[in-house]
Design a protein around this ligand. Structure first.
Ligand SMILES: NC(=O)c1ccc[n+]([C@@H]2O[C@H](COP(=O)([O-])OP(=O)(O)OC[C@H]3O[C@@H](n4cnc5c(N)ncnc54)[C@H](O)[C@@H]3O)[C@@H](O)[C@H]2O)c1
Length: 248
């Protein structure tokens, strides 16, 4: 990824920061973006630009500033994603709108802006990786959630299924422009800074063939691979990284 310009959305969160570190270590020029006015806990050497993926003006401004400043935009990682955790019966309309806006509309706006910029600047080739989720292909097992009020929501899974489908759509429609589009669907990622409950971890481990949650570094490798020249003939793929959880 040496000298490749990589834009990552939702970059101040757990996976976003790990992706910034991975691309930084791989020699890329990393443009981290998130809703915060200033960068939060990002590795040294990473550039930061505030961008709300649901706001088209913000997205247009950020992408064109990056392209002007760095002369290229080789890779787009659509990582920004949110979920809501009320019970389904009590879910307010605002939660449904929020999750759909960030996960689906945000991903779509970033892809649209990337493609238009690509045409305008006549870039030769590009790559997009959308971060979906294992819960875009299987339902969460309710038995896992015994020690926390947070349940994995139906709207989250529905939007992630949408992201996987959008990946296939754009893989087909952008292939002639030499833009590859792939998805990575992680299973549950252990958060060392804000660990999930011990019951949850235990239940998850019991349900997962590999007997544990993922480490964030076990997800970033797949994203790096799909965006790199090593995956030059791979497009429309959804790489599930879940320790075998979705196999049964
Ligand atoms: N953590 C997991 O176990 C897990 C599992 C599967 C998939 N994922 C997916 O991985 C991605 C990253 O998740 P994470 O665990 O790092 O979550 P996180 O909550 O730590 O980070 C998400 C980041 O997205 C940012 N964000 C929210 N709304 C935004 C907006 N409108 N515009 C721009 N940025 C916005 C947040 O500020 C935050 O920094 C998400 O798409 C998530 O659905 C995570």
């Amino acid at each position: 990824m040496d000298k490749k310009v990589v834009l990552i959305t939702g970059a101040c969160g757990q996976l976003g920061r790990a992706l910034c570190t991975a691309y930084n270590n791989a020699g890329a020029t990393v443009i981290a973006t998130d809703t915060h006015a200033t960068a939060q806990n990002l590795p040294a050497g990473v550039h930061y630009s505030a961008m709300d993926v649901t706001n088209k003006e913000d997205v247009l401004h950020c992408f064109s500033t990056v392209a002007d400043a760095h002369g290229a935009l080789d890779v787009l990682i659509n990582n920004a994603g949110v979920s809501c955790f009320e019970s389904f019966e009590e879910r307010p309309e605002s939660s449904i709108d929020w999750v759909m806006n960030v996960n689906l509309k945000g991903t779509l706006l970033c892809i649209q802006t990337y493609v238009n910029l690509f045409d305008e600047k006549k870039y030769a080739q590009g790559s997009i990786v959308n971060i979906a989720s294992m819960y875009g292909i299987i339902s969460p097992d309710p038995c896992i959630y015994t020690d926390c009020p947070r349940k994995n929501s139906e709207i989250y899974g529905a939007t992630k299924a949408g992201v996987i489908q959008m990946t296939r759509y754009f893989a087909v429609h952008l292939a002639s422009r030499h833009i590859r589009v792939n998805a990575v669907s992680p299973g549950g990622i252990l958060n060392p800074e804000n660990p999930q409950g011990t019951d949850f971890q235990k239940n998850y481990a019991a349900r997962c063939p590999m007997g544990r949650m993922a480490l964030q570094e076990e997800i970033t490798g797949g994203v790096l691979f799909l965006s790199s020249p090593a995956a030059s003939y791979i497009t429309g793929h959804n790489l599930v990284i879940d320790g075998g959880m979705s196999c049964w």
